[in-house]
Design a binder for this molecule. Sequence first.
Ligand code: SF4
Length: 228
Amino acid sequence: MIDQKACYKKPDALNLNLIYNEMKSHFGFLNWWPGDTKLEIVLGAILTQQTSWKNVEKAINKMKQNNAMDFDYISACDLKNLEKRINNVSFYKQKARYIKNIFQFIKTRYGSLENLFKLDKKELRKTLLSMNGIGNETADSIILYAANKKKFVIDAYTKRVMHRIFGIDKNIKYEKLQEYFENNLKNNLSLYKDFHAQFVELGKNYCRTKPFCINCPLNKMCKKSNIL
Ligand code: SF4
């Protein structure tokens, strides 16, 4: 019989695959990102910063109802109008300004999201990160889910779970933790997408600030589990 705790010493290929399989068996395949179009995914990735997904959904629905879910509309829109559509998310004034500037830039430089996404992955990431309002997590969410290019997304849930399971430094640099995944995972876009989604589910449902380890699918292999 496998000593599961002994397996979880470092995040190598075996261990990452084990935790992914445990989470997937528990939550099922999650088919992320929640969004019907590339435009919705890009907007959702910006709006969700420091905001619950429930509020992002409301803002996106309001934009759809007002025929504002349109690339040309957003890149040329009146700032006050855009603020009104998204005023239920935190920092909506700042986000409206970022969104307008980001879409204006993409429209002028590339003409469309599809053209932007034709850039190679490295260039695309560099371009996204050069825009105000887009940091590492947002850029990588856009690259992975909207542009369909493999980039592992790191968020606060991922850092927390990796710290609790493997004892990884809580303050590990974004790129360093990303490297653990990208160096060890199979070259598979769907796996990258679903692995991140699984971490989000685990973080929302079990591995919260105060963890609920009793029903967590990783509790038998987690160093910080409070039930062992
Ligand atoms: S067992 Fe507890 S601490 Fe470990 S990952 Fe699950 S919820 Fe988090």
